[in-house]
Design a binder for this molecule. Structure first.
Ligand code: ITT
Length: 191
């Protein structure tokens, strides 16, 4: 199966490649396809918008992820707006902004959510979801991963920024969504 990786986030591209390497799919880069504006009000809607657009444009099945960090002390923010939190322009700026917004927060609980959508050119859709609970650190730990990973502590005390790709896949929101996708495709056929 040829599948377009419908994301412009290099951190996600790495995770897609590592997680799906044993499915035997031929993963195609998005190339210069511009993904549409994410106008949905849920992760699933936004993932659908991205996957459907990439599939329509390329004529191939396309896999997109929409994800976000939900911080208890911020009432679930930034959630679906995680990529533009505080209008900050890159991961580093957004991490500083997150630390600033949570500096006095006693409740450190946070969770990551990922929704993967695989869209086929005929309009058929598959959807997979995963979540991971953790806590916000008070400063970055680890240099791995991407986005908010260095600020997110797992219940076992490791930060997502301290994990290899495969270690992160074993515990993360996206890893769980990938596991569901792979389970549905384990016989080699679309479900
Ligand atoms: P695409 O839409 O092109 O896939 P994006 O980065 O804009 O890329 P999202 O709209 O899904 O993707 O935004 C999700 C943001 O949430 C992302 O930019 C990160 O800041 C954060 N995020 C999502 N998953 C993460 C993870 O596994 N680790 C750390 N941060 C993550």
């Amino acid at each position: 199966l040829r599948v377009v990786v419908a994301t412009s986030n290099p951190g996600k591209v790495n995770e897609f490649r590592e997680a799906l390497s044993d499915l035997g799919w031929q993963l195609e880069p998005l190339g210069d396809v511009a993904l549409p504006e994410e106008t949905g009000s849920t992760y699933a809607e936004n993932a659908m918008i991205k996957a459907a657009a990439a599939s329509m444009y390329t004529g191939l099945p396309a896999l997109a992820d929409d994800s976000g960090l939900e911080v208890a002390a911020l009432g679930g923010e930034p959630g679906i707006y995680s990529a533009r939190f505080g209008h900050r322009k890159d991961d580093h700026e957004r991490n500083l902004y997150l630390l600033e917004r949570t500096r006095n927060a006693v409740d450190r609980r946070a969770k990551f959510v990922s929704v993967l959508v695989l869209a086929y050119p005929d309009g058929h859709i598959e959807e997979y979801r995963g979540e991971v609970d953790g806590k916000l650190l008070e400063g970055p730990r680890g240099v791995g991963g991407f986005g908010y990973d260095p600020l997110f502590e797992l219940p076992d005390g490791r930060s997502l920024g301290q994990l290899s790709l495969s270690e992160k896949r074993a515990v993360s929101h996206r890893g769980k969504a990938f596991a569901a996708l792979k389970d549905a495709h384990k016989n080699g056929q679309p479900p």
